[in-house]
Design a binder for this molecule. Structure first.
Ligand code: AMP
Ligand code: MN
Ligand code: MN
Ligand code: MN
Length: 295
C-alpha cells in the first residue's frame, strides 16, 4: 500500500472485508470432505463467496475441477493445500494459499507425506478391533473416495454411521484424538519443509486453526517465531475450529507477530459443519487480510 494512504489502512481493510465474502479453507472428496470439488464450488457460489480456496489435506488433485467451476460462476479461485506437519511431537496444519499446483517440489513433498496413510489406517483399525470395534479398515475405506488419503475423519464417519459414537466430536474425544487409544501418531513433514515447498510454489504459508493445538505458551511462542523466521506470513484467525474467544486471542497473536490474518470455514460436510462455506464473521478491521493483494 502506498505511504500516503497508510494511515487509512485499517479503514481500507475494514471496507474491503465488509464488502467481500472470503473462504480460504475447505475439503473435498479428494481428502476428507464429502462433496466433490465441483459441488463445493457451486455451494461457494450459491452462498455468495467471492474469493474461495480449496485446501485438501496433502493433495492437489481436486484443484483443476474446483477452478473450472469456480471461474465459470465468477468466483475468484485461490488454489490451496493443507499440509500435515509434525512439530514438537504434535500435528500442525499449514495452509499453502495461492500455490502453483504444478510445482514439482511441492508435488514430490506431498507424495511423500501421503505414503504412510494406508499402513497407519491398518494400525488404527487393529487398535479399534482391540477396543471392540471390528471391520473399521474396510468401513473407513468405503468413505474414502481417495484411498491414499484415508484419514481419521473416514474412521470417525464409520464409527458414527454404525452407532459406536453419537457424533464426530465424540469419536475424537474417545478414540481418535491425540493421545486417545486408537490414534496412531505419524511423523508428517517438518515445518521447514512444508513452508519451503509452499514458498517455492509461489504461495503464502498460513498456520491453520492455531487454537486447536495443545502447546504450552512457550511452545506457541517458539512455533510462531520459527514460522516467521522461515517465511511464514499468516495465521488463521477466523475458522470453524475457533471459539469466539479464540477469534480475539489469535487476532492478538497476529498483531504481536505481524502476521496477516486468514479466514476459512474448514468445511468438510453439510452434516458435520459448524460453519457453512462462506458463512464467516469479518476479520478485525485493523488486521491485514492474507488476500489483501489478491483482489
Ligand atoms: P488425519 O489427517 O488422518 O490425522 O485426520 C485429521 C482430520 O481429522 C482433520 O483434518 C479433521 O478433519 C479431523 N479432526 C481432527 N480432530 C477432530 C475433532 N476433534 N473433531 C472432528 N474432526 C476432527
Ligand atoms: Mn480434515
Ligand atoms: Mn486442519
Ligand atoms: Mn482443514
Amino acid at each position: 500500500m502506498q505511504a500516503a494512504i497508510q494511515p487509512f489502512a485499517g479503514l481500507f481493510n475494514f471496507l474491503k472485508g465488509f464488502r467481500i465474502k472470503v473462504d480460504l479453507h475447505c475439503h473435498s472428496t479428494f481428502s476428507d470432505g464429502v462433496l466433490a470439488p465441483a459441488q463445493l464450488a457451486a455451494r461457494a457460489h450459491a452462498n455468495g463467496v467471492q474469493v474461495w480456496a480449496l485446501t485438501d489435506h496433502d493433495e492437489l488433485s481436486g484443484l483443476a475441477e474446483a477452478r473450472s467451476i469456480a471461474e465459470a460462476t465468477g468466483v475468484r479461485f485461490i488454489p490451496g493445500v493443507e499440509v500435515s506437519v509434525t512439530w514438537a511431537k504434535q500435528t500442525v496444519h499449514v495452509l499453502g494459499l495461492a500455490i502453483d499446483e504444478l510445482d514439482p517440489e511441492l508435488n514430490a513433498g506431498l507424495t511423500e507425506i501421503r505414503k504412510g496413510r494406508l499402513l497407519r489406517a491398518r494400525e488404527m483399525a487393529d487398535r479399534l478391533t482391540a477396543l471392540g470395534i471390528p471391520d473399521s479398515y474396510e468401513g473407513a475405506l468405503k468413505f474414502a473416495a481417495n484411498p491414499l488419503l484415508i484419514s481419521r475423519t473416514h474412521f470417525a464417519r464409520y464409527l458414527v454411521e454404525n452407532g459406536y459414537c453419537k457424533n464426530m466430536q465424540m469419536v475424537f474425544d474417545k478414540y481418535l484424538g491425540e493421545n486417545k487409544p486408537a490414534n496412531v501418531p505419524v511423523h508428517w513433514s517438518t515445518l521447514e519443509d512444508a513452508v519451503r515447498w509452499i514458498l517455492g510454489a509461489g504461495g503464502r504459508a498460513v498456520i491453520a486453526h492455531p487454537g486447536r493445538y495443545a502447546y504450552s505458551p512457550m511452545q506457541f511462542d517458539a512455533l510462531f517465531e520459527q514460522f516467521k523466521d522461515i517465511g511464514g506470513e499468516a495465521i488463521e484467525v477466523i475458522t470453524g475450529s475457533h471459539t469466539l474467544e479464540q477469534y480475539v486471542e489469535y487476532a492478538g497473536v497476529a498483531r504481536r507477530y505481524g502476521f496477516m490474518a486468514s479466514c476459512g470455514s474448514d468445511f468438510h460436510s453439510p452434516k458435520e459443519a459448524r460453519i457453512d462455506l462462506g458463512n464467516l464473521p469479518p476479520l478485525p478491521s485493523d488486521l491485514t487480510p492474507v488476500w489483501h493483494d489478491w483482489i
